[in-house]
Design a protein around this ligand. Sequence first.
Ligand code: ZN
Length: 140
Amino acid sequence: MRYGTSAGIFVVRLDKGEELVASLLDFCRRKRIRGATVSAIGAVSGAEIAVYDPAKKAYGTKAVRENCEIVSASGFVSVLDNAPHAHIHMALAGPDFRVIGGHLKKAVVNPTCEMAITPLGRLERKKDAKTGLALLGLRP
Ligand code: ZN
């Protein structure tokens, strides 16, 4: 991982073999980032993505086991149970140019990933019994 800062925005480069979510959370811990928007492009050698079924209150997951372009990834970093939490969605294009995507569980970078992390104030996330999700705790 390498990074630079421009106008208060962190620009991060991940290299081959680095796991995207773990690297993002590690960076946020080191920089004491408690809330941020995140966007990224690049490529991966594999990923695990998910889609939430509100009726079952559970995720269905899919393992991607080929090199794919990160067409787009975006989301938020927030705090859940006093620890940094990443909520990232990702669209991936494989060798057949078809795009699949969903909620990002993990992705292994190959060969590079370029990410912008824009710090915000502290964002809290709380578990919500109604949806079964950890939702942003914002004012009504
Ligand atoms: Zn999600």
